[in-house]
Write a new protein. Structure first.
Length: 464
């Protein structure tokens, strides 16, 4: 009995190496098979629409774990694995991603970032939307907050990509797609951007509609700045069309007699009613200040600057609102420039000659009524006259040779008197001023051309 037990123990010990050899043999033969099967299974799933895919192989059995974006996609993926040669059985651990009802997607922009939110139906859709947002954002950061979900309406990608393209036209705001309804909110980046977005949305896929439009247009701003140091009048902002643009440029030429025009205006829709008249009226007030700025924003005209003398400041403040179209508001923040140092008669005459060498005081045709466009020049003449208080100033009127000599003489004197009246209202003592009419007796150019006649129709200041 003891001999049998001893033999059994020896026989059992001999089985252990055999078992180890068997295990090693199975492992060395099975591992390459499983690796190959896993590789071929993964390759078969390459075209499948799945997310978070995991494949594990035990022998010839495959366990498939993934998130599918449709029931058909899930079934197709399982069938593709079952069709792989060598697969015996497939354990289907796939699941459908949640369905979104309603299906909501959004693109939002602030000062620094574009955020994509809501649901996306496929990874490829998600990637395309992120790339489109980067292209539309002009360098803005893009934050992807989208989650994967089923339930997207037909042609979702086309609609969402069109909406992403519009985000660059917003300064800030949000575009939301709820099933097939589009809602807009925010502030347009530029005038005309709101209209451009609406025009683009006419290309939405069939069945998609605009349900809400809460995009606001930016203020319609027009600016003019008068810089005496640079000798410029700079125009910036918007005008409604080329016709109004031309009117404003012409008004600058009439009202500003020595400044160079810097024209940076752009045409855009959205101008309030009466814009052209308000802008031209405001430019007239700006021409009367030494330095300053004019801003039109919607229906408000704001003028800031330094009047050349006290009476001019009062006139500008009182007249700005009175000259505006109905419904417009005026804000005049006008101070008075400090009085310049006095000069003697010789310097005074030189200053008058320089001013009148640059521009001519204009009158209504055939009349003695001063053209309002000459207010800026007249204020500069008043400022100069105030600097030489000890002098007598003769205001001399001249005409061309057209018409009756007696009538010309009378008209020239009346025009000279109109200028004297302006100077007196500005605060100059009437005793220092003399109005003289010379008709056509003192021409400075030939009267045989229109240009020569224009030069002869003039007002001169002569210091006595």
């Amino acid at each position: 009995m003891s001999r049998l037990s001893s033999w059994s123990r020896k026989w059992g010990l001999g089985l252990i190496p055999l078992a180890l050899l068997w295990i090693v043999a199975i492992w060395t033969s099975t591992a390459p098979i499983e690796a190959d099967l896993a590789a071929r299974t993964t390759g078969a799933l390459k075209g499948s629409v799945l997310d978070k895919t995991r494949v594990s192989v035990s022998g010839r059995d495959v366990i498939l774990s993934a998130e599918a974006f449709s029931e058909q996609g899930r079934r197709t993926a399982v069938e593709q694995v079952e069709a792989v040669p060598g697969v015996r059985r497939v354990s289907d651990n796939t699941r459908l991603i949640p369905e979104a009802k309603p299906f909501v997607w959004s693109v939002e922009r602030d000062v620094t970032r574009i955020t994509l939110g809501g649901s996306a139906p496929l990874p490829a859709s998600r990637a395309r939307l992120v790339e489109a947002a980067r292209a539309a954002g002009g360098g803005a950061e893009v934050a992807d907050r989208m989650a994967m979900a089923r339930g997207a309406p037909p042609r979702f990608d086309a609609a969402a990509l069109l909406l992403v393209d519009q985000i660059g036209k917003l300064k800030d705001g949000k575009i939301t797609l709820t099933d097939t309804g589009v809602a807009l909110a925010g502030m347009a980046r530029e005038l005309g951007s709101r209209e451009a977005i609406l025009a683009a949305l006419r290309n939405l896929p069939e069945g998609y509609t605009l349900t809400e439009n809460a995009i606001k247009a930016p203020p319609y701003v027009f600016r003019a700045n008068k810089d005496p140091v640079a000798g410029t009048v700079t125009l910036e902002g918007y005008v409604p069309d080329n016709n109004v643009h031309a009117q404003i440029v012409a008004a600058v030429g009439r009202k500003f007699f020595s400044e160079k025009l810097v024209d940076n205006l752009k045409a855009s829709v959205g101008a309030p009613q009466g814009f052209a008249n308000a802008a031209i009226s405001g430019l007239g007030a700006l021409s009367r200040v030494s330095t300053g700025s004019l801003v039109l924003s919607d229906r408000e005209v704001k003028l800031s600057g330094d009047a050349l003398y006290a009476v001019a400041g009062d006139q500008i403040r009182a007249g700005l609102g009175a000259d505006l179209p109905q419904g417009w508001k005026a804000v005049a923040e006008v101070s008075v420039k400090p009085v310049a140092s006095p000069v003697d008669a010789t310097v005074c005459q030189q200053l008058f000659s320089e001013l009148l060498g640059k521009a001519t005081i204009r009158f209504e045709s055939g009349r003695a009524t001063i053209d309002r466009d000459s207010a800026g020049l007249l204020d500069r003449l008043v400022e100069t006259a105030l600097r030489c208080p000890a002098t007598i100033i003769e205001v001399a009127g001249h005409t061309d040779s057209d018409g009756d000599a007696a009538s010309n003489m009378a008209l020239s004197e009346k025009r000279a008197q109109s200028v004297v009246d302006y100077l007196v209202k500005a605060g100059l003592p009437a005793g220092r001023l003399m109005a003289m009419g010379y008709g056509s007796t003192q021409p400075v150019a030939a009267n045989d051309t229109d240009q020569g006649k224009a030069q002869n129709r003039r007002i001169d200041f002569v210091v006595r």
